[in-house]
Design a protein around this ligand. Structure first.
Ligand code: HSE
Length: 371
């Protein structure tokens, strides 16, 4: 059986991955070894079969015995360990959730429902590094990968509404702390329905701007507000998150001619679902019926939602999608600008298709490939 080393399995993405692997019985076909940077020698996770105690995630010799290493530990770990492993002559497969190696020439960004052809070709040509994509990009491609495949997209602009989870577990906690801080400050006015609405509004604003409001992680109020910036600034004026939309999409699809993709990425007060409003310039006038059919048939998780208030409110929201693999796509219609201008809205769980699921599926692909 293939020896697979897991690192960073205890964090948020790692935990979602473990749950999904257990649900799909993925541990049955591998010999797993769990490594840790801080709890060497302790008991590993319960995966329904006997496993050795936790190994040292910084021990290159131990890791070199693995056929596959799967890490959700983050870019700093990858930066430190990956070169040491390759320099020591390790020839195994590296599956990684972090962005560190994503844009390297000898890495493939994995999203198999969209780029299985690229993955298969890369396996045949001996590529050993398979890296999960940026969550926003992966979710956008799960939604409209079919339109890219048919080469219908001339350019695409995405305006995002990104969840706290994309910034990390501590940020999710801070969002709820902010919410409860607002709720506590407003309680007496809420309890009195006759209180003036502008008084309530003033109270909320006061607490949000007070020095006791918890903003250590986000640096600004998110609950009751939003933050129109995610990640570092690029020379172009884009945020790094916005830059990834262009760079990673074209790399995932291995487009011959780069497709322009750009937009504005915004953090909003949801927990783990990213939403995006897309504006697409089509290469030609294609009917809405045909567009819906292509989207619906592009993979088994995407779900076209009819363009009306009831269905959009029921199925096209973070609260409807959280914890699910379904990727709804709705509000599909042509824009006033002309018949080649399409808009749509899509939502996806940032921790599932945006992070853990492409890694889990890549491991499966490798297990089948190396049989
Ligand atoms: N960078 C993304 C975000 C999550 O901040 O929402 C990871 O892909």
């Amino acid at each position: 059986m293939l020896k697979v080393g897991f690192i960073g399995w205890r964090g948020m993405v790692g935990s979602v991955l473990m749950d999904r692997m257990k649900a799909e019985n993925d541990f049955r076909d591998i010999e797993p070894l769990f490594a840790s940077t801080s709890q060497v020698g302790q008991k590993g996770p319960d995966i329904g079969k006997n496993i050795p105690v936790l190994q040292d995630a910084l021990d290159v010799k131990t890791l070199s015995a693995m056929d596959i290493i799967l890490t959700c530990q983050g870019s700093d770990y990858t930066k430190e360990i990956y070169p040491q492993l390759r320099n020591a002559g390790w020839k195994g497969y590296w599956i990684d959730a972090a962005s560190r190696l994503r844009m390297e020439k000898d890495s493939v960004i994995i999203l198999d429902p969209v780029n299985r052809d690229v993955i298969d070709k890369s396996l045949s040509s001996g590529i050993k590094n398979y890296i999960g994509g940026n969550c926003t990009v992966s979710l956008m491609l799960m939604a409209v990968g079919g339109l890219f495949k048919h080469e219908y997209i001339e350019w695409l602009s995405t305006m995002t509404y990104q969840a706290a989870s994309g910034a990390g577990a501590k940020n999710m906690r801070e969002l709820i702390l902010q919410m409860s801080s607002i709720g506590n400050a407003a309680k007496d006015l809420l309890d009195k329905p006759s209180s003036a609405i502008l008084e309530l509004d003033k109270r909320v604003l006061e607490i949000m701007n007070s020095s006791s409001f918890p903003v250590e992680q986000f640096g600004a109020p998110l609950a009751g507000s939003l933050i129109p910036w995610i990640d570092a600034k690029m020379e172009t004026g884009q945020s790094r998150e916005e830059w990834k939309g262009y760079a990673e999409t074209n790399k995932i699809l291995q487009t011959k001619k780069q497709i322009p993709i750009d937009g504005i990425c915004v953090r909003i007060g949801t927990m783990r679902c990213h939403s995006q409003a897309l504006t697409i310039k089509l290469r030609k006038n294609i009917s809405i019926d045909k567009i819906q059919k292509i989207i619906q048939e592009s993979n088994q998780w995407v779900k076209v939602i009819s363009n009306d208030k009831e269905n959009s409110s029921k199925y096209l929201t973070p609260s409807a999608v959280s914890g699910k693999l379904t990727v709804p796509v709705g509000r599909i219609r042509k824009l006033n600008m002309g018949p080649e201008y399409l808009t749509l809205f899509t939502v996806g769980d940032q921790l599932l298709w945006g992070a853990a699921e492409p890694l889990r599926r890549m491991l499966r692909i490798l297990v089948d490939y190396m049989k």
